[in-house]
Design a protein around this ligand. Structure first.
Ligand code: NAD
Length: 333
């Protein structure tokens, strides 16, 4: 089947990564259905896509579970399951709802893929590595989590369970799938209100407010532009050799949070200052942050030759531009 005739479901498609993925799929000529309950997504993220693709994009405002129960006339060739409760703030504040969302919606996505005999991409997370036993994190590493009494770890546990569910369906139902462990993915449309560091820094820089660095700022992360990530997701799901496997996705170039704040101030030409705030003040007593989070990209490089091309400075500049210009077009579903 050629790409142009593919019928594709994207759950969480009006979110940050999802909306960029939808644009890529539509560019390749596919017909795309988005199922999103708009809990953290925004319909305006699909304005440009709707404008360009017209009837080839259909939006359903619902949870995955409900859409699966009611929508059984359409058959999909591919399902990209991105819908989830995302963001440390959201998970810590609404742990039960977040765990239920991540487990139940993934269960529905798996059942949907089995029913349609569709290929399924599952969005997992670097949080599956828990505290991490060594750097860089490799897909076959053992994992060590904190205790269940600390809700901070529930996101990682829930994503790990999603992976178990998916891999069980591979062996029991011949599900064709790839599992993607996203490391920090950044770019235009990402929201800062649930704790995502880069949009939060840039928002502060643009309004002259202090950039709040949690802890002493020595913790290191790797940031990859969503416009490098989105096309690679399609490539991974369509490569037969990748099916049934787990992949780290991201950049392996590390930067400390203090350096990141300084970089944002420099690139945006801001007059903001940097303020260090203890983790406990932001997330409550006993919150544990990882000192270093870096993916091994050996597997994904070997599989599809993945190499991020967009520099962090260019990403920061583009996010700043997009935050500076309000959404202008409304998407009429
Ligand atoms: N952005 C990152 O750095 C990152 C890192 C690790 C993992 N991930 C994973 O990637 C995926 C996409 O994340 P994102 O950064 O685009 O976040 P996002 O919040 O922008 O996207 C999630 C989307 O899912 C939707 N959603 C939530 N619950 C839903 C439900 N029950 N039914 C239907 N839709 C629902 C939201 O409205 C939103 O549009 C998630 O699965 C997330 O766990 C992202």
């Amino acid at each position: 089947m050629t790409t142009s005739t593919k019928h594709i479901l994207v759950t969480g498609g009006s979110g940050f990564i999802g909306s960029h993925l939808v644009e890529q799929l539509l560019l390749q000529g596919a017909r795309v259905v988005v199922v999103d309950d708009l809990s953290t997504g925004d319909i305006r993220n699909l304005s440009g896509a709707k404008h360009a693709a017209g009837e080839r994009l259909h939006f359903i405002s619902n949870t995955v579970t409900h859409a699966f129960a009611t929508l059984n006339v359409e058959r999909f060739d591919e399902i990209y399951h991105l819908a989830a409760a995302v963001g440390v703030r959201l998970i810590v504040d609404h742990a039960r709802q977040s765990i239920e969302t991540n487990i139940l919606e993934t269960t529905a996505a798996i059942r949907w893929a089995i029913r349609d005999r569709a290929k399924l991409l599952i969005a997992s997370s670097s949080e599956v590595y828990g505290k991490g036993i060594r750097v860089p994190f490799s897909e076959t590493d053992d994992v060590v989590f904190g205790p269940t009494t600390s809700s901070r770890w529930s996101y990682g546990y829930s994503k790990a369970l999603d992976e178990f569910l998916t891999l069980a369906a591979v062996s029991e139902s011949n599900l064709q799938t790839v599992i993607i462990r996203f490391f920090n993915t950044v770019g235009p449309r990402q929201r800062g209100d649930w704790g995502m560091v880069l949009p939060r820094f840039i928002q502060a820089a643009l309004t002259g407010k202090p950039l709040e660095v949690h802890g002493d700022g020595s913790q290191k992360r790797c940031f990859c532009d969503v416009r490098d990530v989105a096309p690679a997701l399609i490539q991974l799901l369509r490569s037969t050799a990748c099916l049934g496997k787990v992949f780290n996705m991201g950049s392996d170039e590390m930067i400390s949070m203090q350096e990141l704040a300084e970089r944002v101030i420099r690139v945006t030409g801001s007059v903001s200052s940097i303020q260090n705030v203890p983790h406990e003040k932001v997330f409550g007593k006993g919150f544990e942050d990882l000192q270093v989070r870096q993916p091994s990209l050996e597997r994904i490089r070997g599989a599809i030759g993945f190499t991020p091309l967009i520099s962090l400075d260019a990403t920061i500049a583009d996010i700043a531009r997009s935050l500076g210009s309000a959404h202008t077009k409304e998407y009429a579903a």
